[in-house]
Design a protein around this ligand. Structure first.
Ligand SMILES: [Zn+2]
Length: 430
């Protein structure tokens, strides 16, 4: 229910959201121009910190402690945490009720390779028509910028929120989720709130559920010999073939299983063999071969049971091949090691967001089940905070010519702004 303080605040916030849209677009562009792939997030985080300071907020900047790697849900990217901080800032509530809120976003992006597929410079944030092209423009520097922009507008307009509003810019969403996990778990004084919205691009839907993801590497050893007598050697590339076949059979088997929130989605569970490395010389029989894989699982399935299924598939491949019996493949877990999550439609967070989405956009807020993972699980599963993803429109996450629909910026920001005033509450002034 809206009281008069909240309605007045909303009108002022909406006016500012529209009037200062160029500032938002400029912030997104400056973020896209920072190539914040894994290991190189510092420049984009500096842009975030500088924007917060310019708006009068002192950012909390911290590096993830190595001890996080021992936490359930963490994964090892192999890249040291030093010099790659998370950034957050909190607008303190004035008290008197309200519920606290975290607006979260990730600053890391995936590689734009192969560049030959692009028609635009992935790091130039070029605008053509009402689209901004660039790696991360859509996933998810637009959402990240909206979070910072909203906090700044609320502060500069002097709107007194009853409860705390925290904005976060985290690393490693694309490979482990460690950044968000650290924001929840920060030492012993982690950030906690009554709800979390991750402003991932969602084309105006919300993420009701998403899969969990495992990364792993399988390595097979062969016996290198000169290719002139190739028949005498053991080609590790050939020996990997039964492993690949059994993993693909596991993918088929897991897609025979169902989950109510994933019904009607074609091939919801996906094994991807994303990297293969084998041998080192055309005239030498390949003595070693390795594959790097990603496998998803329905929410509710555990990391442990899914790992056991992978190991069983590799075991089946081993049994098919005499050499492999003598030289068993090794499996190493790294990167994502995290369950999926889901949020019930009755959750107050979902209901409140749906109300404001419908009011501002004129259409019902529809749920979406994600066949990729996102940081929602870190809040839902590993920190016990209701969370969902909601954000802008566009296309091409992890693809060439990724673009952001600039026309979605103001409407999305208004929904989030109206929601946060309602959720956090606005104190009467004077
Ligand atoms: Zn994302």
């Amino acid at each position: 229910m809206s009281d008069s303080a909240q309605m007045a605040a909303r009108a002022r916030l909406f006016e500012a959201i529209e009037a200062r849209e160029d500032e938002l677009i400029d912030l997104i562009a400056r973020l896209v121009q920072q190539p914040s792939v894994l290991g190189n997030e510092a420049g984009a985080q500096a842009v975030i910190a500088e924007y917060l300071r310019a708006g009068g907020q002192e950012p909390d900047i911290w590096e993830i402690p190595d001890s996080l790697l021992e936490r359930p849900g963490a994964g090892n990217s192999g890249v040291p945490f030093a010099g790659r901080p998370n950034v957050a800032a909190t607008l303190a509530g004035v008290g008197g009720g309200g519920k606290s809120l975290i607006l979260n976003g990730h600053v890391d992006v995936v590689s734009p390779e192969p560049l030959a597929n692009w028609h635009y410079d992935p790091w130039a944030a070029q605008i053509a028509g009402r689209r901004m092209y660039g790696r991360g423009a859509y996933d998810m520097k637009a959402g990240l910028a909206i979070n910072m922009y909203l906090a700044r507008l609320v502060r500069e307009l002097g709107i007194p929120l009853k409860a705390d509003l925290t904005v976060q810019s985290v690393i490693e969403e694309e490979c482990t989720g460690n950044g968000a996990l650290s924001a929840c778990y920060r030492d012993d004084t982690r950030y906690h709130a009554d709800a979390v919205i991750i402003t991932e691009p969602s084309n105006g839907t919300y993420t009701a559920a998403h899969v969990g993801v495992l990364w792993f590497r399988v390595e097979v050893l062969g016996q290198a010999v000169h290719a002139a007598v190739a028949w005498k050697g053991v080609n590790a590339i050939y020996r990997m073939l039964p492993v690949i076949e059994e993993l693909r059979a596991l993918d088929a088997e897991m897609n025979q299983e169902s989950h109510p929130l994933f019904e009607g989605i074609e091939h919801p569970i996906n094994l991807n063999i994303g990297v293969i490395q084998g041998g080192d010389w055309p005239s030498s029989v390949a003595g070693a071969c390795a594959i790097d894989c990603r496998l998803s699982m329905y929410p509710g399935r555990t990391v442990e049971e899914t790992r056991a299924r992978v190991l069983a598939a590799v075991e089946r491949a081993t049994e098919r091949d005499g050499w492999l019996v003598e030289h068993p493949p090794t499996v190493t877990w790294y990167g994502f090691q995290s369950a999926g999550s889901e949020i019930a439609p009755e959750e107050p967070l979902v209901r409140a967001l749906a109300l404001h989405h419908e009011r501002e956009r004129g259409t019902p807020l529809r749920p979406r089940s994600g066949t990729g993972t996102n940081d929602m699980r870190n809040f839902m599963v590993y920190s016990d905070m209701p969370a969902l993803c909601y954000g802008v429109s566009g296309f091409g996450a992890h693809e060439a010519d990724e673009w952001l629909d600039l026309d979605s910026l103001v409407p999305t920001t208004k929904v989030l702004g109206a929601f946060l005033l309602d959720w956090c509450g606005v104190a009467a002034q004077g």
